[in-house]
Design a protein around this ligand. Structure first.
Ligand SMILES: Cc1cc2nc3c(=O)[nH]c(=O)nc-3n(C[C@H](O)[C@H](O)[C@H](O)COP(=O)(O)OP(=O)(O)OC[C@H]3O[C@@H](n4cnc5c(N)ncnc54)[C@H](O)[C@@H]3O)c2cc1C
Length: 447
């Protein structure tokens, strides 16, 4: 019998009360500049486009609208950076959960090429944004390394690498030998790997805070601790209600990703994604310890196991994360499992302290792709990054803006395909649990 996890469905303990909710304690919170003083919406105001959600998606949409001279208001339920954008792993990647070769098989080569180009564009956009706003967010364009845990996984990486180089002409990818992997990672667990020089790592909350500060300097209105509790249709558009006031707009953009169940206002999108808990831990500083030399290239690293584990450095600490079997809520047992995996992988770290433990929700979609689209004549959405949204959600704004202004999206599959309701949503917990349990079982028996 496989060892089924009790549950992987994230019941979202943060959501038992109405926002604003307390900030989570993360390494990012402890190492970012101080949070801006809360600026809740007070009174009634008018704008062209109202945006629900102050994460990267909401901010990039507001920036794109401002660049076109269109007035927008961002409404965030909690403190700024409370959502995934302030607590993620900071891995800047142009990957989609659906591979490019699979896209070529399902659609055609031009579609796969366009999606690949978008991924590269999105990763490069992070450097552009940081420069434009003068933000220091510890960004390193150091690429990523996929670490093969067994020979069959390495064969798939090799096939993927050949395909990317041969068919898409992407010379930024290459295969590394077991020796190179040991030198790169400090772990002897890997029989090879695939290096991808696109992308890198960033401090996600420094990025978010820098963007908010820069956008406010530019006069863009961003309100936090202002949950949208209801959306009313008016003669000329919509009226968004918050505890402190209302916003009248022509259009509303839903940019709530995995957190659409905070209030009933975003119910139209809530059932289009499945929230999945992703957790991470951080060690004490490694300087002067046996772990000091680990991950010297400062890339991001992912394992090829189905219940994927990933790691990176931040300053001189190691961050170790994973998705899947983390129980209904954050629990000491769930984080202990992650710690055991980290110490198994890196025995050099034995005896060192884990100083931070935190988690958040990623939004999975049925087709493993992010989506932007229109719900009706007044509502637009962008969401479903499937755990790889740092680059894409910061890139997507101009496409969401175009939709909100009545145009059509040029975001290839993300804008062309519908984002349907998740079937059997009320029993999604069972589905997620079964899939995750099955994956763990296959990993455990080496399949
Ligand atoms: C633990 C974790 C690790 C991750 N690691 C990575 C990584 O390393 N690399 C990567 O590429 N991606 C990663 N991701 C995914 C990435 O962080 C997300 O895809 C991205 O941040 C999504 O941004 P967003 O703006 O769409 O959503 P969010 O940042 O989640 O913002 C949505 C916001 O909407 C607000 N909201 C909800 N309802 C309302 C309402 N009614 N009124 C007002 N506001 C509302 C919420 O408070 C929230 O702040 C990770 C995610 C998590 C949770």
């Amino acid at each position: 019998m496989p060892n089924w996890p009790k549950s992987v469905w994230a019941r979202q303990p943060e959501m038992t009360t109405l926002p604003p909710l307390p900030d989570i304690q993360s390494l990012w919170q402890d190492t970012a500049p101080p949070a801006p003083t809360p600026q809740p919406l007070a009174g009634d105001m008018q704008t062209d486009i109202a945006i629900i959600g102050g994460g990267y998606t909401g901010l990039s949409t507001a920036r794109a609208l401002a660049a076109r001279g269109v007035d927008a208001v961002v409404l965030e339920a909690n403190r700024l950076g409370w959502g995934a954008s302030g607590r993620n792993g900071g891995v800047v990647s142009g990957k989609f959960r659906l591979g490019f070769a699979e896209m070529a098989r399902r659609w055609d080569i031009d579609t796969a090429r366009r999606m690949h180009d978008i991924g590269v564009e999105a990763t490069e956009n992070i450097g552009t944004l940081l420069n434009a706003y003068g933000i220091d967010a510890d960004y390193r364009a150091s690429g990523s390394l996929r670490c093969a845990h067994r020979a069959q996984a390495l064969e798939s990486l090799r096939a993927e690498c050949d395909w990317l180089r041969g068919t898409l002409g992407d010379d930024a990818v290459s295969i590394l030998s077991p020796e190179e992997m040991a030198a790169e990672t400090g772990s002897h667990d890997f029989c090879g790997g695939m290096l991808n020089r696109h992308g890198g790592i960033v401090h996600p909350l420094k990025l978010h805070r820098g963007l908010v500060a820069g956008m406010r300097r530019d006069g863009i209105r961003i309100f936090d601790t202002s949950p949208v509790t209801a959306i009313e249709r008016t003669d000329s558009g919509v009226r968004l209600h918050t505890p402190g006031g209302t916003v009248n707009a022509r259009q509303v953009v839903m940019a709530t990703d995995a957190y659409a169940s905070l209030t009933p206002a975003t119910r139209p999108v809530e059932r289009r994604v499945v929230p999945f808990r992703s957790a991470m831990i951080a060690t004490q500083p490694l300087t002067g310890t046996a772990g000091e030399a680990l991950l010297a290239q400062g890339r991001s690293y992912t394992e090829t196991r189905r219940m994927m584990r990933w790691f990176r450095k931040s300053g001189d600490r190691l961050l170790y994360g994973g998705r899947g079997a983390f129980g209904k809520d954050d629990s000491p047992a769930a984080f202990a499992a992650l710690e055991r995996a980290m110490f198994r992988q890196f025995p050099q770290l034995q005896g060192l302290a884990v100083t931070h433990r935190w988690s958040g929700l990623v939004a999975m979609t049925m087709d493993s792709l992010p989506h932007l689209g229109r719900l009706d004549d007044r509502m637009v959405y962008a969401m479903g990054y499937n755990g790889t949204g740092v680059a894409l959600s910061n890139w997507i704004g101009p496409h969401v803006a175009e939709l909100a202004l009545g145009g059509t999206s040029q975001a290839a599959l993300m804008g062309q395909l519908p984002l349907p309701q998740v079937p059997f949503y009320p029993i999604r917990e069972v589905g997620v649990r079964l899939v995750a349990g099955w994956y763990q079982f296959l990993d455990a028996i080496g399949k």
